[in-house]
Design a protein around this ligand. Structure first.
Ligand code: C2E
Ligand code: CA
Ligand code: CA
Ligand code: CA
Length: 279
């Protein structure tokens, strides 16, 4: 048994070191990234299916690493969550997105809200409510100008604290949406208690909507469930006209995806909106 243990140890050690080193290296780089201004926000337009017009945008973080180039958020957000750096990073995202929206408003551009992703770790900071208030006031924005995207996962941790935060935001008038809807646990159980405004159908259900009858059925169900609960429904990851047609026919309210536009740097987003795009 002792020998087995040693073998296991030898087997696992390099792997654990590798993982620890990777996270440690990334942690140090993330720390520098914030200080050196290596982060950037891109904005992905959302379109209303009734008017065919742009109706909102989601802010998505980008990291331009000096040596490694563009690092995907799918890679560094989980590390930032693990190390707690997501809190400072999330504050930067919120401040930057709101300042950008205020700038666009000042220049007579569009009247849509901007959506910002919130991680659980951020949401459990008691100071988040004050931060949101402060950032809105600082930029002369109304609460409805801001949308916060949360995932179903928030109810898996401190559900009471999460619910309290969401209720406060809801009472203020900040828009709330559930991101990646359908991929988490117990969606239906808590849905009736969450003061949210919108469901975002996860892109994994949209991808094969025309060929996979289960995905099609799930998307139709989410749309009707959302509508029965008086929620707006937006589908993510819409890439083709066929997907758009399916969603339009089923009464989906909004779409986001490459079919309308990729996430764009602020200046390109500005030009896109000025071109008065129509689906
Ligand atoms: P998400 O919130 O679900 O964001 C949507 C992702 O889908 C984005 O990936 C977007 O670029 C991508 N996307 C949009 N349209 C299409 C499409 O038509 N087809 C396909 N295949 N993909 C599409 P991105 O920007 O790489 O972000 C990945 C994830 O990283 C996000 O997923 C979100 O969970 C996280 N993330 C990004 N920015 C932030 C942030 O500022 N804060 C936090 N906490 N998380 C963020
Ligand atoms: Ca999102
Ligand atoms: Ca999503
Ligand atoms: Ca497809």
């Amino acid at each position: 048994a002792k020998e087995d243990g040693r073998n296991n140890f030898q087997f696992f050690e390099p792997e654990m070191n590798f993982r620890a080193n990777r996270i440690f290296g990334m942690e140090r780089d993330l720390h520098n990234a914030l200080a050196n201004g290596e982060f950037e926000l891109h904005y992905q337009p959302q379109a209303d299916l009734t008017s065919g017009r742009a109706c909102g945008a989601e802010a998505l973080i980008r990291w331009n690493h000096p040596e490694r180039g563009r690092v995907s958020p799918a890679e560094f957000i989980p590390v930032a969550e693990e190390t707690g750096q997501i809190v400072a990073m999330g504050e930067w995202v919120l401040r930057t997105a709101c300042a950008q929206l205020a700038y666009w408003r000042k220049n007579g551009m569009a009247v849509f809200p901007v959506a910002v992703n919130l991680s659980i770790r951020q949401l459990l900071q008691p100071s988040l409510v004050d931060l949101v208030r402060e950032v809105l006031a600082e930029n002369n924005l109304a609460p409805v100008d801001l949308e916060l995207e949360i995932t179903e996962g928030i109810m898996m941790g401190d559900a009471k604290a999460a619910l309290e935060f969401l209720s406060t935001m809801h009472e203020m008038g900040v828009q709330l949406s559930i991101d990646d809807f359908g991929t988490g646990y117990s969606s239906l159980n808590y849905l009736k208690n969450l003061p949210v405004d919108k469901l975002k159908v996860d892109q994994s259900f949209v991808r094969d909507i025309e060929i996979d009858s289960s995905d099609a059925a799930i998307v139709r169900s989410i749309i009707s469930l959302g509508h029965r609960l008086d929620l707006r429904v937006i589908a993510e990851g819409v890439e083709t006209l066929a997907e758009l047609d399916f969603l339009r026919m089923r009464g989906c309210d909004e779409i986001q995806g490459y079919y309308f536009s990729r996430p764009l740097p602020a200046d390109e987003f500005e030009r896109f909106i000025h071109s008065n795009p129509r689906l």
